[in-house]
Design a protein around this ligand. Structure first.
Ligand code: ZN
Length: 84
């Protein structure tokens, strides 16, 4: 019986971690935070070169023709500039 209880508790902990992870994935894919957590939301922007989502604050950016483009790294920014 004790063993069963321990297993149940373990499953609950794993399930909670799993859903937190899924929540994060969904937020990342949408580019926004889950409902009710907008106060702590980090704006994600897509790197047009490699397709990676990066937090706008941490991203490198280039403004061209009134549009701002965000990049995950200096390499991607250079790659983008060389295509222009
Ligand atoms: Zn990139």
């Amino acid at each position: 019986m004790l063993r069963f209880l321990l297993l149940a508790v373990l499953l609950m902990v794993v399930a909670r971690l799993f859903w937190r992870f899924v929540d994060g994935l969904i937020a990342g894919a949408r580019g926004s935070a889950p409902q009710g957590r907008s106060a702590t939301a980090v704006k994600l922007v897509r790197d047009p070169v490699c397709g990676t989502y990066v937090p706008a604050r941490a991203a490198l950016s280039v403004t061209a023709g009134g549009t701002t483009h965000y990049f995950c790294s200096e390499e991607c920014r250079r790659e983008f500039s060389s295509r222009q």
